[in-house]
Write a protein that binds this ligand. Sequence first.
Ligand SMILES: *Cc1c(COP(=O)(O)O)cnc(C)c1O
Length: 431
Amino acid sequence: MKIFQQDPELAKFYQSELERQRTTLEMIPSENFVSEAVLEALGGVGTNKYSEGYPGQRYYGGNQYIDQIENLARDRAKQLFGVDHANVQPYSGSPANQAAIFSVCKPGDKVMGMSLLFGGHLTHGWKVNFSGVYYNAVQYQTGPDGILDYDELEKLVKQERPRVLFCGATAYPRLFDYKRIAEIVHSVDGYFIADIAHECGLMAARVIPTPVGHADIITTTTHKSLRGPRGAMIMCNGKTSHPLKPLTEDEPMRENLPTLIDRAIFPGLQGGPHNHTTMAIAVALGEALQPDFKIYAQQILNNSKALAASLMNEGLNLATGGTDNHLMIIDLTNLGIGGKEAELALEEIGITANKNTIPFDKRKPFDPSGVRLGTPALTTRGFKEDEMTMIGQLIAKTLKNTKNETVKDEIKKAVLEMTSKYPLYPDLKYV
Ligand SMILES: *Cc1c(COP(=O)(O)O)cnc(C)c1O
């Protein structure tokens, strides 16, 4: 407890955060609990080292062991996803997307992505984001049922002819037809970037289909369902990278995507990689390659189905009518409350979730009509279908009684009892 000895005021805050994580139900679909091995890696000596460049091609000395770590991380990523190339240096998902665009676009090129209001990500062309400011952004949306309409998408792509098409989302409870999307984008000679930030863990375990073989570039975070540290990766197929040498005029871009991506990350966008994070990514990828991880990922899906069924059984509506992945969005319209009130009521009973727009939302984005829920974090803690059914009932009761303090107090007790059955980092303490 070095922080405590040196800085007790700060240590107290960290202990409180640990207690919060232990005593609440974490249902934000982009969050998870890393293993103690990943935590150890993150707190390690990698943070002390500068290593601009790539293994074997560094601008600093003393990188012989960092090279081994980064090579192992890259090899594990390639093995896990079945791709030719992986860059593990992006600082997080947003910079990874920035680099992916930068690798194939000039400023002002046309970038297309799903609108934030329909589940897409800021970095896919939202107007106030770099992707909407420095590029000519066009946004697509879902059909009236909340599901992507591929015929409409095809029409829009043929009309707009984007240089890049993003497919991927933060709040889309269904699977994407990557084959169809690839055909659509490639028909106008555009690049297909699949952003699998959310579902990455499910794809690593092959419990849902992957975009490998369809997308030109795949970006992902490592801290969501993959259960690693905060970080990101960019993957693609193509020729072996010679990252620090510019392409010559006659070298075709598509076959040289590894080089373009590596150059976009460094020196295009970033300086030194975060080596403690690279170390932790390697640990997490090692975990994801174990047979246990397949069981974990399947359980995320089973839990998601059980939760969705329970919520609908209680009379709640889900956007798109259900889920095929790890997340779902409750449509609060028939309950007569907004997302802000719902998020707050859930927080009061010990469930962490976030408000979210529903497709064609009639309310404002800062107080939308939905709440988003996901199962990766609770699945890590050990929750199974029976508990998910019960949690669905508790959530429904809370949302139907947001102003009833007595009911909420009872539910809060039930939540606390559930969390105490699944200890989190039992040996960890900061104070
Ligand atoms: C989370 C997410 C990102 C961004 O990741 P950060 O690490 O928060 O920058 C990008 N794309 C999608 C689809 C995401 O869900």
